[in-house]
Design a protein around this ligand. Structure first.
Ligand code: SME
Length: 150
């Protein structure tokens, strides 16, 4: 489990005063990815049009470029505005496998100022049931702190 207090402090220090969305996403993806060996793919999908996500900054192997809100775990997070904590991706209807090694996934909606949906934050693991409610809670707090005012 990452030291979430230290991770949040590091991200705050690196992003303080920054409002550029891509710079913020790149920094969060990098710091989160390298904070825990469970995280095999860490990145953002951005809302680029009605019901449409497009890949943003990420760490790990290549990710698919475009995801409609109607598909995948990312689409579910964007469509519902709810965290998707998926212990077994093979049991998730419509899961999009960017890597055949992925076994579990955590996807969180990313909200900006006024609750605007900016995109989703996706973490994949090659380990089954890798993610916990604490991961979801702590990641949501970091995302709100970084993106909530832009
Ligand atoms: N698994 C995601 C797609 C993104 S790749 O994992 C990077 C999904 O089902 O939406």
């Amino acid at each position: 489990m990452p030291d979430y207090s230290a991770l949040a402090a590091a991200i705050e220090s690196l992003t303080h005063g920054e409002s550029d969305e891509v710079a913020l996403m790149a920094t969060v993806a990098c710091e989160v990815h390298h904070s825990d060996a469970r995280f095999d793919w860490t990145g953002f999908y951005r809302v680029v049009g009605p019901e449409l996500l497009k890949i943003g900054p990420y760490q790990g192997g290549h990710g698919c470029l475009v995801i409609p809100f109607s598909r995948g775990v990312c689409g579910a997070a964007a469509r519902t505005g709810k965290v998707q904590l998926v212990p077994d991706v093979d049991a998730f209807p419509g899961h999009i496998a960017c890597a055949s090694s992925t076994r579990s996934e955590l996807v969180l909606p990313v909200f900006g100022r006024g609750g605007r949906l900016i995109g989703v934050f996706d973490i994949d693991s090659d380990q089954p049931a890798a993610f916990t409610e604490e991961d979801a809670r702590e990641m949501a707090a970091i995302l709100a702190s970084v993106f909530g005012a832009i």
